[in-house]
Design a protein around this ligand. Sequence first.
Ligand code: FO1
Length: 318
Amino acid sequence: MITVLAGGVGAAKFLIGLLEVVDPQEVTAIVNVADDTTIHGLRISPDLDSCTYTLAGANDTERGWGLRGETWLAMEHLRRYAESNDVTNGDAAGWFNLGDRDLGTHLYRTSRLAAGRSLSQVSTEITKAWGIAATLLPASNSEIRTKVHTTDGRELAFQDYFVRERYDVEVASVTIDGLDTAVPAPGVLEAIAGAEVVLIAPSNPIVSIDPILAIPGIRNAMVARRNNVAAISPIVGGAALKGPADRLLRDLGHEPSVVGIARLYEEVAASLVIDIEDEALAPDVRAAGMNCVITDTIMRSAAISADLARTTLDTAAG
Ligand code: FO1
């Protein structure tokens, strides 16, 4: 079995590459749930949905989230009401875009959770409906939520930070609510301990990977099998390919580079895969305590994603 720690946008392309080179039934993705939120009373699990839609081959690669060929009629209708009544705050203002088919996912998940099913059970029902052979596990069924604390004194829920504020804020700290009572979802610790290799996808280390590692038991499970863990840097040439990773690293006092990534992952992963552009920093990555493999990590095509998956698997196998 191959286990992958996956967050949002960065993980999707890598998962496509991985499924090109291994049997999907061999793959278990442990997915961040701290981005989850409730909007219009609907339970939204963005990273689970990004991974689900990607593994189903139905994701919109341009937008980076949601479904390809999506329509937005419900949102247009919602916005007409809001505009007619000058509603510019709250969910009714329509700042969080829910596609018409995507809404079906949120309606189903919300109803099944209300009927007493766990997030794991609902995720299995959803991946089954998509005919997905890989296993998708929420990192936890407990309610954990990332909170972003800005330097001007505000506490933002993650989606308010990422979507409403377009992460255009200076961040003082990031905390995760609910960790004190959180436990790994069923199968998560087994998927980490029992896998031949564990991969850390090129997701945001602060808001996608750390909220997985922070769940009691998970970091220790990774440390215990560190030798066969390989991570892919989400930072290339000091910048994130997409999203706020470099800004967050800088705001939080980490070096926004592959060396900064190595310092964050050294405890849980033996190897870091970095892009050719960062070749000169390989000695510094090694000095931070990680093996360092250099390859093309910019997934412009499925073929590059597949090559990256092969390289990462070989690196983790040791
Ligand atoms: N991202 C946006 O930038 N704008 C949106 O309006 C938006 C809506 C949305 C709805 C459902 C969903 O599953 C994801 C959505 N995302 C949107 C992406 C989401 O904020 C990110 O995928 C993660 O939370 C970050 O990894």
